[in-house]
Design a protein around this ligand. Structure first.
Ligand code: KG4
Ligand code: ZN
Length: 367
């Protein structure tokens, strides 16, 4: 439990609720008058075991599981923080993008609590929450260049201010987390795929399979991972039945190709930032989202940042994946600007950060 001295008396206390995919999460964050944040509680309940036998997230099962556990998680987050509902300054929920059933569970719960307590309701964009987490952990404020890599999105963004995003690039097919998950599935590794591939890759030889580096060298700024995943499938078929060693080598080779391809795209974005803002005194580069927990990718990006004289920032590992802290913090950013939301704010399964961004040429529906 947090002690009263853990946050300054005039702090805003925000409850954050996350139910957009397969993690049910609730957290309380304190934000002092100077804008410094502090995590008072962070409770995450993963649903992996409920979806494992289906080989992927089943939306209906996810929504039911959120509904079953959310009340308990919220109580647990408040108790751990040592605060009551009445002590709060605002109640935030991720209202998009994500799976509609889960979003409705989180949004409705937050709205009911806001109505009952009279506290402001804060409708948070899940992607924005990933993007702003470094404000809490590193006290980093916009503007910054950002790579957002999760299970559903892969984007390079200019975070110009809270609520102001310019998309520089997106994936034209699979998201990076999705590519990790599909690769794990086709190699028979357990879900969630990203951590499984990373673990297997530690024992593997990343030079054994010469996999494609999608988009490398292309002027076009976007990402693509579908071809890489198919190349892994062909290599796996040619080497069947797969030994543990071959699985490890395929994972390491896949990860090496990902690091190479993503580094190339980030270099391109950094060059474009340098040409647009040649006099910028500080050039922060942020990576966030579930895949930002990948150590090999982080290391590759630290090197790219050094090469182009950008400072490197990423949330700590436990805040890369979905969590309630990031929702509470993004909610507190809105609250600090005097923004709150109406109780009829809709759940939004699709909610781009940059609604003006043109569709990437060749992109499927998700871009
Ligand atoms: O941000 P997140 O928790 O949920 C979404 O908003 O999608 O990201 C989940 C994704 C999954 O695809 C998962 O496999 C991937 O992040 N991921 C990783 C690692 N940890 C999670 N991918 C690669 N390496 C990891 N260590
Ligand atoms: Zn996420």
């Amino acid at each position: 439990m947090a002690e009263p001295s853990d946050f300054a008396p005039n702090s805003a206390l925000v409850l954050g609720i996350e139910t957009s995919c397969d993690e049910t999460a609730a957290a309380v964050v304190a934000r002092d008058a100077g804008g410094k944040g502090r995590i008072l509680s962070n409770i995450v309940l993963s649903q992996f075991d409920k979806h494992a036998i289906y080989g992927g997230v089943v939306p209906e099962i996810a929504a039911r599981a959120h509904a079953e556990s959310l009340d308990y998680l919220i109580k647990s987050a408040l108790d751990t923080a040592g605060v009551t509902l009445n002590d709060l300054s605002g109640i935030a929920a991720a209202t998009g993008p994500g799976l509609i059933g889960g979003l409705i569970v989180g949004a409705t719960t937050a709205k009911a609590l806001a109505l009952a307590t009279g506290h402001p309701f804060l409708a948070v964009n899940h992607l924005e929450a990933h993007a702003l987490t470094v404000g809490l952990t590193d006290e980093l404020r916009p503007p910054y260049l950002m790579l957002l890599v999760s299970g559903g999105h892969t984007q390079l963004l200019l975070v110009e201010d809270v609520g102001q995003y310019r998309r520089l690039a997106t994936t034209i097919d699979d998201a990076l987390g999705e590519a990790f998950d599909k690769t794990a599935k086709l190699l028979g590794l357990p879900m969630p795929g990203g951590p499984s591939v990373e673990k297997a890759a530690l024992q593997g030889d990343g030079t054994r399979f010469n996999l494609p580096r999608p988009m490398k060298g292309r002027e076009d700024p976007h990402f693509s991972f579908a071809g890489l995943k198919t190349a892994v499938r062909h290599a796996a078929m040619q080497n069947a039945p797969l030994s543990e060693k071959t699985v490890a080598d395929l994972c390491a080779s896949f990860q090496a190709a990902v690091c190479d391809s993503v580094s190339d795209r980030v270099r391109r974005a950094m060059r474009s930032v340098l040409s647009r803002f040649p006099d910028a005194a500080h050039r922060p580069f942020v990576v966030a989202g579930g895949v930002a927990a990948n150590r090999a990718l982080r290391k590759a990006l630290v090197d790219v940042a050094k090469e182009y004289d950008f400072s490197f920032h990423a949330p700590p590992f436990e805040l890369c994946g979905d969590n309630g802290v990031m929702i509470a913090w993004a909610g507190s950013e809105r609250l600090a600007r005097g923004i709150s939301d109406m109780l009829d704010a809709p759940a939004r399964p699709r909610w781009p950060l940059d609604s003006e961004a043109p569709k990437a040429i060749g992109a499927g529906v998700k871009a």
